[in-house]
Design a binder for this molecule. Structure first.
Ligand code: AHR
Length: 504
């Protein structure tokens, strides 16, 4: 098959916000305990931080991390996780039905974030708690000194405020699995009041309100419209969460779900626009996709599974091992977000370690990289600058659920600072190679920096602890033209083509 990808230096979608390369750490299963924190591990530092994982996180290019949940936050008492460790209570944690030791909490997370060089995104409990506790948590983190909670932080040895800028007002409050689940009207009122109070304490914070927790929720997009209506004045972002499983549908249908993802982003775009016009507002609310990924068992399914397990500390929950095919859908989800870079400003791949994760760990043992780690690292390290509008011309197939789907998914990015043009491709065809010719109008392409490929002999192949079967490989292929480059894409493969270029 032959494809043309046509873009133009003047047709820019928007600036790529570095926070699009975020991830998510929740007190769930082995994400925190044994994931990033494991005192006594041979590679742990003096604070119990796993250095092997930290190095993998840095190489991955993660820019920001959302913490402490997720469903977990809807029952969390943040006060349990600060102060002398020996005095912290053990709790029966209801979201994941496990025993929470609280050995790791806010101060440990911030220290980890500094080591990893990432920006923290905090969430507050609007499930079982409310305005007071949200403001007190903010006071603990951001207030300089001279008040109860800021002095509490100082008494824990932290003199300087943390200055956490991004705060999520609750988590997936539309989900029946959420403890403290609310209707849109109940949630919208509470979020508006909590947000107003938080901004009164610290007017530099930016607030993220809960949107629908999946595009398939029966209340989507009504939930988003109602929430936006009630919170438009205080919100800066609306959250969009999305996971896709469905590997059993077959590869073509499975990969076509990226089309649904983009349609969902567009639906929320429309909800924002409608609300803005309705309110005659000048304010633009952006989207924070602060949970996304490929995951067989999101939401209610995990919830049902953990209910059958005995109470344990850091039990292994839903630890999916990813195939090549999964990595291709994952890459396409990143492309869909970047194609909407004007509106989507934050995105957190969910989760960072052990559950639907890029990085896996063994208790007391090795850490290793899943297939999805590689596309993430490519985008995070090289999709910088601006996303360009592009037209992709070539063959399509008919999917049962999502209509016509191009065999080629493509994204082109221009990084002015590095004079670098980068094209990202996924060949969705199981049988045919694609000859992909990029025509970047208004650019002069000087040099092919690299062409990296993620592919495998078998689409169901996975990486394992002792065997990295699927890693990025250098591809010699690539024919330069004056304003682009032609590459060959093997069936079911992901590609990153980096070119040195200048504007004409
Ligand atoms: O990421 C795991 C869970 O998935 C989160 O706690 C929740 O927000 C989502 O349903």
């Amino acid at each position: 098959m032959e494809f043309q990808i046509i873009c133009d230096r003047h047709f820019v979608v928007g600036e790529i916000d570095p926070r699009l390369y975020g991830s998510f750490l929740e007190h769930m299963g082995r994400v925190i305990y044994h994931g990033i924190y494991e005192p006594g591990h041979p590679d742990a530092d003096d604070e119990g931080v796993r250095r092997d994982v930290l190095e993998a996180v840095k190489r991955m290019g993660v820019s920001c991390v959302r913490y402490p949940g997720g469903n977990f936050v809807s029952v969390y008492h943040w006060e349990d996780g600060v102060g002398p460790r020996e005095q912290r209570p053990r709790r029966a944690e209801l979201a994941w039905r496990s025993i929470e030791t609280n050995a790791f909490g806010t101060d440990e997370f911030i220290r980890w974030a500094k080591k990893a060089d990432i920006e923290p995104i905090f969430s507050v409990n609007l499930g079982t708690r409310g305005i007071d506790e949200a403001v007190q948590y903010l006071e603990y983190c951001n207030f300089p000194e001279g008040t109860y909670y800021s002095d509490l932080r100082r008494s824990h040895g932290v003199k300087e405020p943390y200055g956490v800028k991004l705060w999520c007002l609750g988590n997936e409050m539309d989900g029946l699995w959420q403890i403290g689940h609310k209707t849109a009207a109940e949630y919208g009122r509470l979020a508006a009041e909590a947000g107003r109070a938080m901004k009164r304490l610290d007017d530099t914070v930016e607030l993220i309100v809960c949107g629908s927790s999946l595009s398939t929720m029966p209340t989507c997009p009504q939930w988003d419209l109602e929430t936006l209506d009630l919170t438009y004045d205080i919100a800066d972002y609306i959250a969009l969460h999305q996971y896709y499983g469905g590997q059993e549908m077959g590869t073509a249908e499975f990969l076509a779900q990226a089309v649904d993802f983009e349609a969902h982003i567009n639906t929320i775009r429309a909800a924002i626009q409608v609300t803005k016009r309705k309110k005659r507002s000048k304010k633009d609310i952006k989207i924070s996709i602060d949970e996304w990924g490929v995951w067989e068992t999101p939401g209610e399914a995990v919830d049902n599974a953990v209910r059958r397990e005995p109470w344990k500390i850091a039990p292994a929950i839903s630890e999916q091992i990813y195939t090549l095919e999964d990595a291709l859908l994952f890459a396409q989800m990143q492309m869909a977000m970047l194609r909407n870079a004007d509106l989507v400003k934050i995105a957190c791949q969910s989760l960072l370690t052990n559950i639907s994760s890029c990085i896996m760990t063994e208790n007391g043992g090795a850490c290793w990289l899943q297939t999805i780690y590689y596309p993430f690292a490519c985008f995070a390290n090289y999709a910088k600058g601006v996303a360009l509008q592009s037209v992709v011309a070539g063959d399509v197939y008919e999917s049962r659920q999502f209509g016509s789907v191009s065999y080629l998914d493509a994204l082109v990015v221009w990084n002015e600072a590095e004079r670098e043009l980068a094209a990202f491709y996924v060949n969705r065809s199981e049988t045919e190679e694609i000859k992909a010719s990029l025509q970047a109008q208004g650019f002069e392409v000087k040099e092919l920096i690299s062409h990296m490929v993620l592919a495998a002999a078998d689409k169901k192949m996975t990486n394992e602890k002792d065997h990295q079967a699927i890693v990025l490989k250098n591809c010699e292929d690539g024919v330069l033209e004056r304003d682009g480059c032609t590459v060959t894409l093997a069936p079911l493969s992901f590609h990153m083509v980096r070119m040195r270029a200048k504007k004409r």
